[in-house]
Every structure is written in C-alpha cells, then in structure tokens.
Write a protein that binds this ligand. Structure first.
Ligand SMILES: Nc1nc2c(ncn2[C@@H]2O[C@H](COP(=O)(O)OP(=O)(O)OP(=O)(O)O)[C@@H](O)[C@H]2O)c(=O)[nH]1
Ligand SMILES: [Zn+2]
Length: 339
C-alpha cells in the first residue's frame, strides 16, 4: 500500500514545506501503547517513540498522539525503530468528554473520514441516544452514516415505522437498515467503503459493532485473534494490537478501546447541526439570548405549539443544549483557574 492508499491525501501533502522534502519518513499511527506507538507506512509496521520535545508539548497542550495520526519521523536501528518528530494537522479529530472534577476532552482517533453510527432497531432502540452519538461524530467534523442493526428481529410494519421515524428525525444523514444475522444490507455497507478512506464504528454496547466489523472484514479471525506476533519483531515489543486495519476494499478501519467507551461530547456545533430545523428558527425569537423555554416571543416554542416541530425533538434539543452550556461553563471555569 502506498502512502496515498493508506490515506495520505492533499490535506497532509499541503502541510509539507518544499524545503523539508525528503527529510522525513512519513507514517501513520496504527496503535498507541504506554510509552510507544506503532506506526506504518502502508507496508511495514514499526514501534516508534516521540521525541522528548513532542512529549512535553503533548503534556502541555493535552494533544497526544492518537490512532490515525500522520507523523513525520526518522528511522533508527536499521529501520526497526523510529522516532516521531511531529504530528500533521488533523483533518478530523474524534473526541470524547472526560467527566471528572473538571471537564476535559480526550482524543480517541484522528483523520476519520466517515463514521458509521450503529444503532439497534430492536430492544434498546432509542432515538435520543442515537442523536447523541451522531452529535459526537458531527462535532468531530466527521461524515456520519447511520446503520440500523437487527432488522431481522422486527416485523415489517414496526421495522418500517422505526426506519421512517429515524429518517424523519434525522433527514440529512443516510440511514441503512441491516442484519448481521441474515446479511441483509451488508452489501450496501460494503459498497460505501471507499479505498484510502478511513472509517470507524460508533454506538452503544451490544448494537452489533463487532459482528459488523467481522462480516465487513470477511475473515472473522483477522481482527480479534489479536494481539499478533510481529513478523519483524526484533524491536522493543514482539506483539502488537492493531487498531487501524486495511479492509479488502482498500478502505481503512479504526477501532480502539476508547471508541468502545465513547460517552457524550458536548459542543454546540454538533447539536446545532443535529437539530438544524429547530436552530433555523432561532433568529426569529424576540430576544437574542432566548432560552427557548417559557420565553415570550420564542419562535421555536411557537413552532412546537403549532405542531411544526415535534415536541419530543424539541425537548431533546433543550436537554442537550443545557448539558452543553453546563459543560462549556465548566470548561471556562477550568481555564480561568489555570490562569
Ligand atoms: N438478531 C440479530 N442479532 C445481532 C445482530 N447484530 C448483532 N447481533 C447480536 O447482538 C449481540 C451483540 O453484538 P456485538 O456485535 O457483540 O455488539 P457490539 O456493538 O460489538 O457490542 P460491544 O462489543 O459491547 O461494544 C450478539 O449476540 C450478536 O450476535 C443482528 O443484526 N441481528
Ligand atoms: Zn426562542
């Protein structure tokens, strides 16, 4: 696989200064471990460490190396071991909010083009939850595709009702009903996987992500018999856990433990895009800082009363806005304290 086939596109090429041409080995991070990372140029995977400067910088800015990153490095020890000097600016950054005493953001993966937001049609079907995962994806600047799993478990009328409901609530995102058991819809998923593009699966536990990865990859074992022994394992480790893998279509798939633990990231842009038919009315509210709750002259509340916006969706919107505002406030306070 060439660098381009491995996802090195114009976005990264444009960051290379002509004067540094040939100075660096370019590689992509395929897994991050404690103290080192695995990097690959599309052909060979090597262990690598960041320079001290890069590590200090990362600590200082909370901007750590992550799976999917493109890096400039130098090969050492006849090429078995590399040193990472810098990280390319990311095209997209999948982040999650860490909830603790203070709010902070943890980077999960970088440079994902499309995220499959996986949700079940069966028990656990919950539009609000689906919208939360969608927000994370949109906040990260990643294109979403919604995969609704377990269609085999539903009678036709309920299946159609739920698919209609999802498509109506989330009109601007493709929605595919699938079954990992019958294989229904998997060809369509497969057809969406473009060579050199990077994908991931996001969704709650038990919705069928593992099943999907196994069926999309084709070989059940390829992924989950890991960690595997490195072929040229003379380096500092002899096993590796691959978190970025190539599919038979030439597409790239990222799956990390952090992705599995994804919670909810609060940021207004994602919410605004998810609820764009609601936020479109905001300009028409009488007050510029309208809270859209029991407020005189609120255009959004009026639209809900008139039945132009679904009440459930409105309530979900308000709920997420309030959560987001609280997170932003906590963020501001943290920032202020550090000054
Ligand atoms: N009937 C039916 N069962 C499915 C389908 N997809 C997954 N399952 C079952 O649902 C269960 C959970 O599936 P997984 O693929 O492990 O779900 P997951 O999203 O990877 O869950 P985590 O690993 O916990 O994140 C398993 O028992 C699967 O066999 C489907 O399309 N139809
Ligand atoms: Zn309002």
């Amino acid at each position: 696989m060439t660098l381009e086939e491995f996802g090195f596109c114009e976005w990264f090429q444009n960051q290379i200064d002509p004067s540094e041409e040939g100075k660096w080995t370019l590689a992509r991070v395929t897994a991050v471990h404690k103290g080192w990372a695995d990097i690959s140029d599309g052909e060979t995977t090597r262990p690598a460490r960041s320079t001290g400067r890069l590590r200090r910088e990362a600590r200082h800015t909370n901007n750590y190396l992550t799976v999917g990153d493109w890096v400039r490095c130098k090969k050492f020890d006849k090429g078995d071991f590399a040193v990472i000097h810098s990280i390319f600016d990311r095209k997209t950054a999948l982040k999650r909010k860490s909830v603790g005493r203070v709010v902070s953001y943890q980077l999960i993966a970088a440079n994902i083009d499309t995220a499959f937001v996986v949700h079940t049609l069966d028990k656990g079907y919950n539009l609000r939850k689906l919208e939360r995962y969608l927000s994370i994806v949109l906040d990260s600047g990643i294109d979403p595709v919604i995969l609704m799993t377990k269609k085999d478990l539903l009678p036709d009328d309920l299946l159609n009702e739920r698919i209609d409901e999802v498509r109506t609530r989330i009109p601007n995102v493709p929605v595919l009903p699938i079954s990992n058991i019958t294989g229904d819809g998997l060809d369509e998923v497969h057809d969406l996987l473009e060579p050199s593009k990077t994908y991931c699966l996001i969704g709650a536990s038990g919705v069928g992500k593992t099943s999907l990865i196994n069926s999309v990859i084709g070989e059940e074992d390829l992924y989950f018999t890991l960690p595997v022994r490195e072929k040229d394992g003379k380096g500092i480790h002899s096993t590796t856990w691959r978190e970025l893998i190539e599919l038979d279509t030439g597409a790239l798939m990222i799956d990390t433990p952090g992705m599995r633990e994804l919670g909810h990231l609060d940021s207004t842009t994602g919410i605004d895009e998810t609820f764009d038919e609601i936020t479109a009315l905001e300009d028409q509210c009488r007050f510029r800082d309208c809270a859209h709750v029991n407020t005189k002259g609120c255009a959004i509340e009026a639209a809900v009363e008139a039945g132009e916006i679904s009440r459930e969706r409105y309530e979900n919107f308000i709920h997420m806005r309030q959560e987001s505002d609280a997170a932003a406030e906590a963020h501001r306070r943290k920032h202020w304290k550090n000054k």
